[in-house]
Design a protein around this ligand. Structure first.
Ligand code: GLV
Ligand code: MN
Ligand code: MN
Length: 434
C-alpha cells in the first residue's frame, strides 16, 4: 500500500492564471451573436474550447482523451496501480449571450488544480481525472447535461433523434457534425467501479454567498427541472379586418398562460417552485396578422420532486382549460424531465472539513440550477463547491465572479481531492486487512 507524500503547505491558486484561462475561453464566442459569450452545445466553437483544455492538460503531462459524447478527460496518474479515480470538472458550452463563468469556472479551477499539483509534484494514490463535459446547457436542445447524461447511461441514441434545436437540427445530427456518431454513445459510459468520487466547482448562480459574505458554498441538493413545450393554435387573420369577437388569437391565449404560470409558481402550495417562460415563438410573426400559432417553452424547477411534477401537471391542465375557454387548440409535450438530486452527505463533510482546515468560511446550500453533478452522481458519489456570483446573476453577459473568489474555491477543490485521496487510501487499507 502506498503512502503518498502530503505537502504541509496549502496549495495556492493564482488569480492571474485563472483570469488568463477565463479570457481565452471567452474569446471563443459566436461572431455577431450579440453581447457576452455564445458557445452552444455541439458546435465547432465548443470543440475549440475542448481543444484548448486538451492542449493545456497535455502540456502538464496528463493523458488526455475525448469520449464518444465529446467529453474531454485528462488523467493524472496515481501512485497505486488499480485504484478507482477521483475526478473534477464542469462544462465548456454556454447559453446564448452568457457570461464567461457558468461551467467555465469549474473547468479553469480543474486546470489550475492540475497545474498546482504539477508544480508541487503533488503525490496521490488514486488517479485524478479532470473533465470538461460537452453540451451541459439545455438552451439549444431543451435537454440539459447531455454529455454527463451519456456517461451516466441516461441517454440512448433514440433520445438524440428526438431532440431538436430551433432550426430543426436534431441532437444526433449536431453530434455527428462535430465528429461524434450518436450510435456510439454507449462507449462513453462510466463504470462505477472505475471511480471513487467526483467534485464539481461552479458559480452559485444565486445571491446567497454574496449577500452573506461567505466565500464558499457546499451544495446539499440540486433542483430538478421539467421542461414543457406548450403549443397554442388559433386562426391567423387580418388585424384590421377581423373584429375582436371573431378572433381565435393564439397570442392572447399565450399571454394568459404566461401569467397563469407565474401565479401557479407563486401559489403557497408551490412555495419554492420556480416556473419560467423563457421563450415564445409566434407565427406568422407579423404586425398585421393575428398570431395563428404560439409556442411557449416552460421551465419548472424545484428541489422537491413531487412539487416539481405537480406544478408541471397543473400548468398543463390549467393552460388547456384557458385555451378551451378562448376557443383555441392546445397541445403540450415534455421536452425534458430531471429529478432533484441529494448529494452524498459524507462528501459534503469532506469539503466542509477541508474548508475548516484551510480557514475558509462556508455554508451548506441547495442549487437552483442544474449541473453535470446531478447526472454524474448516478454513477459516482459527487460533491459540489460553489463560489459567489455577483448580484446572483447568471445566464447573462453581466455574470461575474472575481478571480480572487475563484482562487479560494479552487484551493478548496484541490485540497478536497487530496483529502478524498487520503480518506479512500485509509479505506482501501482497511479493506485489504479485512
Ligand atoms: C444550467 O445552467 C441550467 O439551466 O440550470
Ligand atoms: Mn453550468
Ligand atoms: Mn448554465
Amino acid at each position: 500500500m502506498s503512502t503518498p507524500t502530503i505537502d504541509a503547505a496549502p496549495l495556492s491558486a493564482d488569480p492571474q492564471r485563472l483570469q488568463t484561462l477565463l479570457d481565452g475561453f471567452a474569446e471563443l464566442s459566436e461572431p455577431g451573436a450579440g453581447p457576452g459569450v455564445t458557445r452552444l452545445a455541439y458546435t465547432p466553437l465548443e470543440r475549440r474550447a475542448h481543444e484548448v483544455f486538451a492542449r493545456e492538460m497535455r502540456a502538464l503531462g496528463l493523458t488526455v482523451w475525448t469520449d464518444a459524447a465529446g467529453n474531454t478527460i485528462a488523467e493524472r496518474a496515481g501512485d497505486t496501480a488499480g485504484l478507482p479515480a477521483l475526478g473534477t470538472g464542469s462544462h465548456l458550452d454556454s447559453v446564448p449571450n452568457a457570461g464567461g463563468f457558468d461551467g467555465i469556472a469549474g473547468v479553469v479551477a480543474a486546470m489550475e488544480t492540475a497545474r498546482m499539483y504539477a508544480e508541487r509534484d503533488t503525490r496521490h494514490a488514486h488517479p485524478i481525472r479532470f473533465v470538461a463535459f460537452a453540451a451541459e446547457e439545455g438552451a439549444r436542445f431543451g435537454q440539459a447535461c447531455t454529455g454527463s447524461r451519456i456517461i451516466a447511461g441516461l441517454t440512448e441514441p433514440e433520445d438524440l433523434d428526438a431532440k431538436r434545436d430551433a432550426h430543426g437540427t436534431t441532437l444526433a445530427e449536431a453530434m455527428r457534425s462535430v465528429g461524434f456518431p450518436p450510435e456510439q454513445v454507449a462507449e462513453a459510459r462510466w463504470r462505477p467501479e472505475d471511480w471513487a468520487a467526483f467534485l464539481e466547482l461552479h458559480i452559485e448562480q444565486g445571491g446567497v454567498l454574496e449577500s452573506t459574505g461567505i466565500p464558499v458554498g457546499v451544495v446539499d441538493l440540486i433542483s430538478g427541472s421539467t421542461r414543457l413545450l406548450l403549443d397554442i393554435t388559433g386562426r391567423a387573420s387580418h388585424t384590421g379586418g377581423t373584429p375582436m369577437h371573431l378572433r381565435a388569437d393564439a397570442m392572447t391565449a399565450a399571454a394568459e398562460i404566461v401569467l397563469l404560470i407565474e401565479s401557479i409558481a407563486n401559489d403557497t402550495r408551490h412555495r419554492g417552485t420556480r416556473a419560467t417562460v423563457g421563450r415564445m415563438e409566434a407565427l406568422p410573426g407579423s404586425i398585421t396578422t393575428i398570431a395563428g400559432r404560439v409556442q411557449l417553452y416552460v421551465d419548472v424547477r424545484d428541489v422537491d420532486s413531487d412539487r416539481q411534477r405537480f406544478a408541471a401537471a397543473e400548468i398543463v391542465e390549467r393552460a388547456q382549460a384557458a385555451c378551451t375557454h378562448r376557443g383555441v387548440k392546445f397541445a403540450a409535450r415534455t421536452l425534458a424531465d430531471a429529478s432533484p438530486v441529494i448529494l452524498p452527505g459524507w462528501l459534503r463533510d469532506t469539503i466542509a472539513r477541508t474548508c475548516a482546515g484551510l480557514g475558509v468560511d462556508y455554508r451548506v446550500l441547495p442549487s437552483g440550477a442544474s449541473h453535470d453533478s446531478q447526472m454524474v452522481n448516478h454513477v459516482v458519489p459527487t460533491g459540489m463547491i460553489f463560489v459567489p456570483s455577483r448580484d446572483g446573476i447568471s445566464h447573462s453577459p453581466v455574470e461575474w465572479t472575481s478571480t480572487d473568489e475563484l482562487a479560494v474555491g479552487t484551493e478548496v477543490l484541490a485540497a478536497s481531492l487530496l483529502a478524498l485521496d487520503r480518506q479512500f487510501d485509509r479505506r482501501d487499507e482497511k479493506e485489504d486487512r479485512a
